[in-house]
Design a protein. Sequence first.
Lengths: 180, 90
Amino acid sequence: MAATINTDNLPAGSEAFFTRLYKKAFPQVAGYISKRGGSFDEAKDVFQDALLVYYEKAAASGLIINSNETAYLCGIAKYLWLKRYRENSQYTPLDGIDIKLDADAESPSNNRLMHYLETAGKKCMELLKSFYYDEMPLTDIATMFGFSGTRSATVQKYKCLEKVRETIKEKALAYEYFME
Amino acid sequence: MNTLWNETARIEAHLSGTATTGDNLLFEANLLLDPTLHDKVQWQQKTYTLITQYGRRQLKKEIEAVHQQLFTAPEHLSFSQKIKRLFTNR
């Protein structure tokens, strides 16, 4: 059975999307982790990271999976669990799943910068997120943010990108934040 | 073609590898001629990383809200009890 992830309603319908996946897949993932001695909080962490990976794959679009989405999501969760606890050093990564979660995203200077972007820079960040992270179609972005068309959405996207780039530079230097 | 957003767009094309060969050559020449351009390229790269981090933070908040709803709302009681039993009866 082949299934295509339906991203039509994302991210506006993400609450329903995540609720559905939670109900379908979390019991299986929790059962798996419970049997291996993991706690409820560990099952929760692993499952939430798996949802994030799954969302990013879905947002990147064109993803066609060869079994049902519950099996796919459980596969990601098992991989993350094994990676986290190195239960089996012989384990080989799932084909086509390149899972990188932020390593240095939690540094104090990065958190400070992120807090600034979440408040003062929120309008631009939401636009940039919809384009680069959610990978929404430009026509949808134009409608969602009230632009007259895709061209003005594109112009605004680049203006925001430049504004945020200059903000990051200024704040980073002020916070004595050094680029790797 | 000299507006600022066009420069930002050219940096993006250069970084994402979507620029044509001719545009890339021109961009390389500009990097040599304009000392501020290299700096902009570096910060723009950092900006994309931060947009991804920002997106993940917002998404994690949405997922956590769903989790809280499922484990506190009365209509999801049978679901939450089913999960919790997995960690208590062992």
